[in-house]
Design a binder for this molecule. Structure first.
Ligand SMILES: Cc1cc2nc3c(=O)[nH]c(=O)nc-3n(C[C@H](O)[C@H](O)[C@H](O)COP(=O)(O)OP(=O)(O)OC[C@H]3O[C@@H](n4cnc5c(N)ncnc54)[C@H](O)[C@@H]3O)c2cc1C
Length: 295
């Protein structure tokens, strides 16, 4: 790149510190944009052949030990504008943490985003994953989104232009990412939203190892069942490979016990899949996104 940019560019940057699993080899280049315009300008000047990846809060990715050949755009702490644009409509940039969206709506007396309170990712990651919890899911409150292409072209898309499914959406082109969204909420009562959030957070703390390095649920729930139930019934709670261990608290979580490598996690994922298939005849599919080169 020969053009100036205002964000922060780091070379050969280890990515473990950018993921909730605390796992991941180095990125050739990690870019933290100054703002939306700067990010667009940066993309316009990234070399044609360079691979580009996006990372929000890294709470749903497994980055392999060999790291990432190419440029990683990291929106953590960036692209964080959030505004009320109408009585029950808000504009949110993708670097805003989901918990802040929930709080912002509650403070404004808007209901519908409470489920986001305990999701430890950015709005961008939540849009990509159609993140959800306790009956709510991200795309149920989306009105429109703004996307950016690999070349820095920006476009607005309506919700109807996407196929929305459980923990996934179709409709983003390859090398296209979310920049912002307009979310549609309803008028509500702040105190009941606060109570709801409190209840959801308590329930999470009781059932999930929220203080351990994990990526949340590793597998999607199969139709009509729960991945955690299937894994637990195979006797896999506490099963460990290297530093990666099936959580004793929630069997669909894999904890990094301190020195886990991505290859430990991948081996544990493969073992869980084969045991669940052998015992229950069910193929578990991962929710977590695995990227990068083997170590
Ligand atoms: C303790 C814990 C609890 C969790 N609980 C839940 C839960 O209840 N429900 C749930 O759904 N998930 C849950 N998760 C998983 C995770 O928090 C969500 O999937 C979250 O939405 C991911 O956001 P992120 O910013 O961390 O994305 P990342 O992990 O950084 O990225 C995830 C994917 O999104 C892509 N991405 C990131 N930003 C953008 C963007 N702007 N445009 C396009 N693609 C983008 C990345 O390239 C990657 O493919 C949990 C995770 C943890 C650690």
């Amino acid at each position: 790149m020969d053009k100036p940019y205002q964000g922060k560019l780091l070379l050969n940057e280890p990515l473990a510190r950018y993921t909730s699993w605390r796992i991941g080899g180095p990125a050739d280049r990690l870019y933290m944009p100054a703002d939306k315009a700067d990010l667009v300008a940066f993309l316009q000047h990234v070399d044609e052949g360079e691979a580009v990846f996006w990372l929000g809060l890294g709470s749903n990715v497994l980055i392999r030990d060999g790291g990432i050949r190419g440029t990683v755009i990291n929106t953590k702490g960036r692209l964080k504008t959030m505004q009320l644009i109408d009585s029950a409509t808000i504009y949110v940039e993708v670097g805003v943490p989901c918990a802040h969206v929930a709080r912002f709506c509650t403070d404004l007396g808007l209901t519908g985003a409470e489920f986001m309170a305990g999701i430890p990712g950015t709005l961008g990651g939540a849009l990509k994953m159609n993140a959800g919890a306790f009956g709510g899911e991200t795309w149920s409150i989306v009105d429109t989104v703004e996307v950016v292409s690999r070349q820095g072209g920006v476009a607005e898309r309506k919700k109807s232009q996407f196929d929305i499914a459980y923990r996934s959406i179709k409709g983003l082109a390859d090398n296209e990412w979310f920049l912002s969204a307009v979310l549609q909420l309803q008028k509500g009562d702040p105190s009941s939203s606060i109570q709801k959030i409190k209840g959801l957070l308590e329930q999470r703390a009781e059932t999930q190892p929220i203080n351990k390095p994990t990526c949340g649920s590793v597998f999607k729930n199969p139709q009509g069942d729960y991945a955690a139930r299937l894994i637990e019934s195979c006797g896999l709670k506490g099963h460990q490979i290297g530093g990666a261990c099936v959580s004793e608290k929630h069997a669909n979580f894999i904890e990094n016990r301190g020195d886990a490598r991505a290859e430990d996690v991948e081996a544990l994922i493969a073992l869980i899949q084969s045991k669940v298939k052998e015992i229950h005849g069910v193929q578990l599919h991962t929710e977590v996104c695995t990227i990068g080169e083997p170590g």
